[in-house]
Design a protein. Structure first.
Length: 202
């Protein structure tokens, strides 16, 4: 079982929900959480630039999904999960802004992990020369830094559509906005990244 999903055992058995159907539901939810964890963690890492914080955010989103939406149709879990996660990320940024303002009074920096490498856990490309690996690593680093610098809503739309592969409707549910807004945010994100990355854009 994966790192985050193994932290807690999801149980969907509530009230009168017992027996084979409840057990099947629990297995479906656990399978969903295992499948979604890696992509969700990557999205959270790019957003907050701290692996431990990202892991906490993903775990919290999993717990909330299991607690509040386990009985919803399985097809709704993905957009609901990412909406919970994105809300958690926004709350995290708000807390960080408050913390940073407070820390100014003590003459200290609000970030202790500025040298964190968000691509450190990415799999090594097989069969490539060292030069190609370096170029790929540099391109990925520039991409992730550029994605992190996008306005919040553009970053959310880009990551949900590109990294998670949600369609426009699912992204709209996850972001809590209209499909038209998703298209606008995503288009602006793509154009901004192309302008910034130039030759690195794939």
């Amino acid at each position: 079982m994966s790192t985050c999903a193994s932290v807690f055992a999801v149980s969907c058995t509530r009230g009168q929900s017992t027996g084979a159907m409840a057990l099947q539901r629990e297995r479906q939810l656990n399978r969903f959480l295992i499948e979604v964890e890696r992509r969700a963690l990557r999205i959270a890492e790019i957003s907050v630039r701290d692996r431990d914080e990202a892991l906490d955010l993903v775990q919290d989103a999993m717990i909330k999904l299991a607690r509040n939406y386990a009985e919803r149709p399985e097809g709704e879990w993905t957009p609901l999960f990412y909406r919970i996660l994105q809300n958690g990320i926004r709350d995290w940024h708000r807390r960080q802004k408050v913390r940073n303002r407070v820390m100014v009074w003590f003459g200290r920096s609000g970030s202790a992990d500025e040298d964190y490498d968000v691509t450190a856990n990415a799999p090594d490309p097989a069969g490539r020369s060292p030069e190609a690996e370096v170029q790929t690593g540099e391109a990925m680093q520039r991409l992730e830094e550029s994605v992190h610098e996008l306005p919040t809503r553009q970053r959310e739309a880009f990551m949900l559509r590109t990294f998670e592969g949600l369609d426009v409707a699912g992204t709209a549910v996850a972001m809590g906005c209209s499909e038209g807004s998703v298209k606008t945010h995503y288009s602006r994100a793509v154009h901004a990244l192309r302008d910034k990355l130039g030759d690195h854009w794939q």
